[in-house]
Design a protein. Structure first.
Length: 195
């Protein structure tokens, strides 16, 4: 009997979240600094005027150093605000003091929302995930919020999932029709381009 795609996704999520839970604070801090360096070396990010990103939480690959560096160099950073329907609105990053705790333990910008389409004008879109495969298939947490954002991008922008080393897989990640691939993955050890 074969496993359904939702079941396969659930099992893979559980394995990756278990591995992430074992990461120590020092490992997470080093990974965040390395991801910052990798992302800033990518031409699409290095030359960006506007980047849509997110605030990492828990054992996710850290985005704090990257967001700070982008902001300090004059790049407009947009961060998501989770809406009741699961879609994402966007607001500008105005420093760590302007982040508030939101639903699901997320940190979001306290500023006025710019609309769900604000990220469409970003030069680069950096998204969370748990895994990616060599064709750009991305495994998220299962809410579909970032698939909506990626679908609106329509392949027009550089879209990159931020992952820990070992989360870019040689085998396909389970996919459903609504799953939208990304163009790259940034890990502490380097950038992986998919298409």
């Amino acid at each position: 009997m074969s496993t359904s795609t939702p079941e396969a996704k659930k099992a893979l999520r559980a394995r990756i979240l278990s591995r992430r839970a074992a990461l120590k604070a020092g490992e997470l801090a080093r990974a965040a600094a390395s991801i910052r360096d990798v992302a800033l070396a990518v031409p699409e990010v290095a030359g960006a005027r506007r980047v849509a990103a997110y605030v990492s939480v828990g054992s996710e690959p850290g985005t704090g150093p990257l967001i700070e560096t982008l902001s300090d160099t004059g790049v407009e950073v947009l961060l998501p605000q989770l809406q009741p329907d699961g879609d994402l609105d966007w607001a500008p990053y105005e420093g760590p003091q302007a982040l508030v705790t939101a639903a699901r333990g997320l940190l979001e910008p306290a500023g006025s929302p710019l609309g769900v389409n604000a990220a469409d004008d970003a030069d680069a879109l950096l998204v969370p995930g748990l895994a990616a495969d060599r064709s750009g298939g991305r495994l998220g947490r299962g809410g579909g919020s970032y698939d909506r954002v990626l679908a609106r991008q329509g392949g027009r922008r550089f879209t990159c999932v931020l992952l820990h080393d070992g989360e870019v897989m040689d085998i396909p990640v389970p996919r459903e029709p609504h799953d939208v691939p990304v163009t790259a993955a940034a890990t502490p050890s380097g950038l992986h381009r998919f298409r």
